[in-house]
Design a protein. Structure first.
Length: 715
């Protein structure tokens, strides 16, 4: 299928052939009829992509601070790698889609195949969208009228925040697509509407819709005009729908409003507020977030947990429904808003038109509506990389997961280590397609089951969300694949028991049969770091028990982040602490005899700040201090070891120091090395030479079992 993507690093629009998304629970698969280019949001993204790195940094100063902190703690190479990888990843453009449902996921009610719907899906032949971000189109509303629904909901949500009532007067600053629809909704709500814009063509169009307007020029006085139009009372409020770096729209709104006026920002402007005006008039200022409550809430969007209507009357989906009803009864007229129509294959011309000096409102993209081959099309979940080049290595590897860690760390190291990359797969087709081209995978796919069970790839690398690990590991082991799993192994005891039973069953069958032993390796990369290997050699020369202090300055994650959700990520104890427990297990050379945990009693940081106390059978002890409440400018990790009158310290995988060891010279690494490359290289070596996993199943199962035990005890 065709999908429009944009490279923020190169500023290039691409029309990509990507695999069809795989239907999943709580989602609808929609065949697109038409989609709308957002003249504000998408033009801003296009302009951002065309700017140089310095200009990008100036436009996002908060991101620049994060980059500086990373440079201070991790060094220049990891920082450059992180920034370039982030910018290099193409983004899907578009969020105003109208089409027909062709597949319905589990747990979806109220929709069926054949329904005409609007959604916030991107510019693509097929889109996979959560059911609570979709609404049915009334029979008397065409696709081309309905496609303006999402933009309309942005305006409607702002109006709800302003609590605009019958008879009030509001200014709309910026008469682009969002501004015009906002004007129409206000008028339908019984409000008097004034509109201003520096573009004369937009002023003329607004006048054709019976909107009182003022053309902003050097000689115009919008404040005096606003007072004149309100009989010197001043505005009840203002909506800023413009897209500009200037703070002038806010200044005009503030000076034009009466005392206790309301100003709502829907567009993008400078944010320099003049306190004296806001203070004297007691003005309220609010930024409206997208198209209603539920947007950016994963429990609403992904888990389909709707807000109860008596308490949250207008969610994103209900705002969609309200706009569609208003289009259906004629209160909102979207027919004249279409300026230009392009076929999806002409997308580059459409964006050239968007960024030209021509005045435009609604630029629509249309899609092939041949319905004869829908069943065949929706089965096209794998595509071949046309630029694929054969490699000389024998062992083939397929990767499940195309997220940030996979694309920035794991896959580049697999390729650098000489991996023969066969297929990359994820539920969404755009990331695998991009990564297939970038790292020379032969195929990109959205069909996990297909290539787990093929006889092509010998190794399977799993780097998906944590709640999928147990099922994928077992499927791959049953298929006879050698499995590399990015932590954690699983999220609960039932999953752990199931994996253990399967592993040892396959192991027993291999002993009596003529088949390979099961292979399971965890992505515990820190074991393989060069400085850790040096640390381990030094510790092996010390016979006395050891005391470990492992400090991890992890950084705060929002409570609604998937990693902090027990059923998705397992929380940071299960999801991340396994790395550190495994490393102490490796360094001690002994089995764990007991683990205890103490967590910080803090409502904000609870479950993200804890100390794990370990005891080993050789008498060694260890403490893992995992903290999210520290400063980002402080290094992330430090390991200190005290034993036999000696001390060793590893600082953030960049420097190894020692005290009390004769002849020991401090060792430094020019770049931060957490062992990712050596870990990938070891996995490939195991595949090519039919070696056992360098991390024994007993160690893997032990780490997971102990963490689940203390997690259950602290719940």
């Amino acid at each position: 299928m065709k999908q429009i993507t944009y490279s923020l690093s190169k500023g290039i629009i691409s029309i990509e052939e990507v695999p069809i998304p795989k239907i999943s629970p709580n989602n609808l698969l929609i065949k697109t009829n038409c989609s709308l280019i957002s003249s504000g949001t998408e033009r801003m993204l296009i302009d951002f992509g065309k700017s140089n790195l310095i200009q990008k940094a100036q436009k996002q100063p908060e991101k620049l601070n994060e980059v500086i902190n990373k440079f201070i703690t991790d060094g220049i190479y990891p920082t450059i790698s992180a920034v370039t990888s982030k910018l290099d990843q193409p983004i899907k453009l578009g969020y105003c889609n109208a089409g027909t449902v062709v597949a319905v996921g589990d747990n979806v009610d109220g929709f069926k195949i054949g329904d005409r719907v609007v959604s916030n899906g991107p510019h693509s032949d097929y889109v996979l969208v959560p059911k609570l971000l979709c609404s049915k189109i009334p029979d008397n509303v065409s696709f081309k009228e309905a496609v303006f629904t999402v933009i309309g909901s942005v305006g409607l949500q702002g109006i709800r925040l302003a609590n605009a009532t019958l008879g009030e007067t509001f200014l709309v600053s910026g008469l682009g697509l969002l501004g015009i629809i906002t004007c129409q909704i206000l008028k339908a709500n019984g409000c008097k509407v004034l509109g201003i814009d520096p573009d004369l063509e937009k002023i003329k169009f607004a006048k054709s819709l019976n909107i009182e307007t003022l053309h902003l020029t050097k000689n115009s006085d919008p404040v005096s005009w606003a007072y004149k139009m309100t009989s010197l009372k001043g505005l009840d409020g203002a909506f800023i729908t413009a897209s500009t770096s200037s703070s002038d729209p806010i200044d005009i709104a503030a000076n034009s409003c009466r005392k206790k006026g309301r100003i709502i920002l829907l567009g993008v402007t400078g944010m320099e507020l003049k306190r004296s005006v806001f203070y004297k008039k007691e003005l309220s200022f609010q930024v409206s977030c997208s198209y209603g409550p539920g947007r950016y809430d994963s429990q609403y969007e992904q888990d389909a947990n709707d807000y109860p209507l008596p308490y949250v009357r207008w969610t994103a989906q209900r705002n969609f429904e309200a706009i569609l009803y208003s289009i259906s009864n004629g209160s909102i007229n979207t027919k004249p808003l279409t300026t230009k129509i392009f076929d999806i294959c002409e997308a580059r011309s459409a964006y050239d038109h968007l960024t030209s000096q021509q005045t435009n409102l609604g630029i629509l993209l249309t899609y092939d509506q041949n319905t004869e081959n829908i069943k065949e099309e929706t089965n096209q979940k794998i595509i071949k990389n046309k630029n694929y080049k054969r490699t000389n290595t024998n062992s083939k590897i397929s990767v499940i997961g195309a997220g940030n860690y996979a694309s920035r760390i794991l896959i580049p190291n697999l390729k650098k280590a000489g991996g023969n990359l066969e297929t990359i797969c994820s539920s969404d087709g755009s990331n695998p397609t991009f990564l297939a081209k970038k790292f020379n995978f032969k195929f990109a796919s959205t069909d996990t089951e297909r290539f787990i069970n093929d006889d092509v790839a010998e190794g399977i690398v799993i780097t998906t969300r944590h709640d999928s690990h147990a099922e994928l590991v077992q499927s791959a082991l049953k298929a006879g694949k050698k499995v590399f799993l990015e932590k954690p192994l699983c999220l609960n005891n039932e999953e752990l028991l199931s994996i253990k039973n399967l592993y040892y069953q396959l192991y027993a069958e291999a002993k009596v049969g003529n088949c390979d032993f099961p292979f399971l390796m965890m992505g515990f990369n820190r074991r393989f770091a060069n400085l850790v290997v040096n640390l381990k050699k030094s510790l092996d020369n010390i016979s006395a028990p050891k005391s470990f202090i492992y400090t991890c300055n992890a950084g705060y994650l929002p409570k609604d982040h998937w990693l902090n959700q027990s059923k998705k990520g397992g929380g940071r104890l299960i999801g991340e602490a396994c790395h550190f427990v495994d490393l102490l297990l490796f360094l001690s050379g002994s089995r764990i005899s007991n683990i205890e945990i103490n967590a910080l009693n803090d409502k904000i940081y609870l479950s993200e700040n804890f100390t794990i106390n370990l005891r080993f059978f050789d008498g060694s002890i260890g403490a893992v201090h995992y903290m999210s409440n520290g400063s980002k400018s402080y290094p992330k990790e430090r390991i200190e070891v005290f034993s036999g009158g000696k001390v060793l310290r590893l600082d953030n995988f960049r420097k190894l120091s020692a005290w009390g060891i004769k002849g020991f010279s401090s060792k430094r690494s020019f770049i931060q090395d957490k062992g990712n490359f050596n870990c990938a290289k070891t996995f490939i070596s195991c595949l090519e030479n039919n070696k056992e996993s360098p991390i024994s199943p007993e160690e893997i199962f032990s780490v997971q079992s102990w963490l689940l035990k203390i997690n259950n005890a602290s719940s």
